[in-house]
Design a binder for this molecule. Structure first.
Ligand SMILES: [Zn+2]
Length: 499
């Protein structure tokens, strides 16, 4: 019997608004002294009242629109009761019957396939604090209590572990593009529980699902799902498919899932409408306003970059992965284009034709120097693109010097490094450090003739047929000219002069 996996995701995204969801405490709990960002509201003191942070609603709508969800005109906050030491109120304020948004979808493109994944809902709720377990006692930090969360629930329409992973990676990128969350899984800003069941291929019924928790990386999501597919396949093959819903936890050190609880022991949340918060009514105008403010989303940008800049899928992905990098890239391209058009003024071609006919070489250089050398320097210095000293103008100018063969590639690396360390204009750096390329043929020819004169033995061997000595001669030339000769010109001159 051929079995197919049925996978759904429940995702929590921490929204990075300035203040918490129901009080004015700072929402930036990362690296803060425990229990310094708290007030009577977020620590659940009796008699306090929650007040909904409007910005949280705006962030939620943004994210919901990016996932093609319908924003519900009316939504209701409800109390979800459960006892846990890091939940001071004894309940979470969430949305259940009437969420902020519902019925959306996301078109996922992976290197292998393209599928449409239904999104059931996105609703808002508050996060709990954090328990810090010591050997003989536990401590509670309430800094995170009241951090706004957007919970996203997909339909069980994901078919493979890698689709689940790609979906989460796309979601992280969307959150970052919208600037609603940094969505870093390691920091708990993006958390995911997965639901998985198997069924005979073609069967449309849903069978008892297993929920897997404690997944804190994209890799662990993929691995836990693969493990569950193996485990449940074995059960099906021995005629014992899972009979009840269970919750399992991912054990990363052993790379297995472990039973946490079965359904009889599951929580009864006793949902009821939160009496201290009014029904949330969303105005159509607000939705329209937010819709207009949405940036170009990463999947669209990737497609555009492939079309407009002739990038391969992988290269486009590398560049659009970070919104700021993609903006930097486009700024460099536009600076370069401007220069190219002014430089190549032509009467017969329009500006667009001019660019079309010359852009291939330029874009290859821009893409190459940004994604290899510049990224390498950024990694070594742990700097983001916003923090570096090389402006897009100077980067375009730098690419220009290479485009015009004014420097050779090893000197270009030196120039970029100096630009990276000190900022500054590439032409000035070339002049100050004497890194320009000698393209003047007669100057190079003089050096070439000298080298031929001083290496009679090698010249003899070359003339006898050992033609790869040409590389040796070019090497000598580069050494004598301190790396400034154009090696291509040098090679041609050696060939001519050794005839
Ligand atoms: Zn507070």
């Amino acid at each position: 019997m051929k079995l197919e996996p049925v996978i759904g995701l429940e995702i929590h995204v921490q929204l990075k608004t300035k203040s918490k969801i129901f009080c004015s405490c700072s929402n930036d709990a990362h690296n803060q002294t425990p229990n310094t960002l708290i007030c009577p509201v977020c620590t659940g003191h009796p008699g306090t009242l929650p007040v909904l942070n409007k910005e949280v609603v705006n962030y939620g709508i943004k994210l919901a629109l990016a996932l093609n969800l319908k924003i519900n005109k009316k939504s209701v906050f409800e109390r979800k009761s459960y006892f846990y030491p890091d939940l001071p109120t004894g309940y979470q304020i969430s949305q259940f019957e009437e969420p902020l948004s519902s019925e959306g979808y996301y078109v996922l493109k992976t290197p292998k396939d393209k599928i449409r994944i239904g999104i059931e809902r996105l609703h808002l709720e508050n996060d709990a604090g954090k328990n810090l377990h010591q050997k003989e006692y536990s401590l509670v930090d309430f800094n995170r209590a009241g951090t706004p969360l957007a919970e996203i629930v997909t339909k069980p329409e994901i078919k493979t572990p890698s689709q689940a992973k790609y979906f989460l990676q796309d979601l992280r990128r969307i959150c970052r593009y919208l600037e609603v969350s940094d969505a870093d899984m390691e920091k708990g800003q993006l958390r995911c529980d997965v639901n998985i069941s198997l069924r005979p291929e073609g069967d449309l019924q849903l069978y008892s699902k297993t929920e897997v928790k404690n997944l804190n990386s994209f890799k662990s999501v993929e691995k836990a799902l693969k493990y569950e597919i193996r485990r449940q396949t074995e059960l099906w093959n021995t005629n014992k498919p899972p009979q009840e819903e269970t919750t399992r936890g991912w054990n990363d050190s052993q790379q297995i899932t472990e039973l946490q609880r079965s359904k009889e022991k599951a929580n009864d949340y006793r949902y009821f409408p939160e009496p201290d918060l009014p029904t949330l009514i969303i105005d159509k105008k607000l939705i329209e306003k937010i819709k207009k403010s949405l940036p170009e989303l990463p999947a669209n940008k990737k497609e555009r970059f492939m079309k407009e800049y002739g990038l391969k899928s992988g290269d486009a992905e590398t560049i659009i992965d970070n919104k700021k990098v993609s903006e930097y890239f486009e700024n460099v391209v536009s600076e370069f284009k401007e220069w190219l058009i002014s430089e190549l003024e032509s009467t017969s071609e329009t500006e667009d034709e001019l660019w079309e006919n010359n852009k291939k070489k330029a874009l290859k250089l821009i893409k190459g120097w940004i994604t290899s050398e510049l990224f390498k320097l950024m990694n070594e210095a742990s700097l983001s693109i916003e923090e570096i000293k090389i402006s897009p103008e100077n980067m375009a100018e730098f690419i220009k010097t290479i485009y015009l063969s004014k420097v050779n590639s090893s000197n270009a690396q030196k120039i970029l490094k100096i630009m990276f360390e000190s900022g500054g204009d590439p032409s000035q750096i070339i002049e100050e450090n004497d890194l320009g390329q000698i393209s003047n043929e007669s100057e190079i020819e003089e050096l070439v003739k000298n080298i031929i004169k001083n290496n009679p033995e090698q010249v003899k061997q070359y003339k006898e047929g050992k033609i790869n000595l040409l590389k040796y001669f070019v090497g000598m030339l580069m050494k004598e000219s301190h790396g400034k000769s154009n090696p291509k010109v040098g090679e041609d001159l050696f060939r001519d002069n050794l005839k």
